[in-house]
Design a protein. Structure first.
Length: 73
């Protein structure tokens, strides 16, 4: 599943960021493969808002489509 398909309130583990440019952008946001994040909001036709360590980050839809995640219980 890709990050743009997540639902509000879902906890997710980042499993793969295949593109090096996308990976560099994600690392700037503090997100790397293996990170666990919570989906705070999915704005229709807009960004995906994630929270991690009491910080919220809005990730653009195009960037979110290239990040693979797995749901965490």
């Amino acid at each position: 599943m890709t990050l743009d398909k997540c639902k509000r309130g879902q906890r997710l583990q980042i499993t793969s960021i295949p593109d090096e440019v996308v990976r560099a952008q994600a690392i700037r946001f503090g997100i790397a493969e293996g990170s666990v994040v919570t989906c705070e909001e999915v704005v229709p036709a807009g960004p995906v808002v994630l929270s991690m360590f009491k910080q919220q980050i809005a990730i653009g839809r195009q960037l979110a489509k290239s990040i693979t995640v797995l749901p965490v219980n």
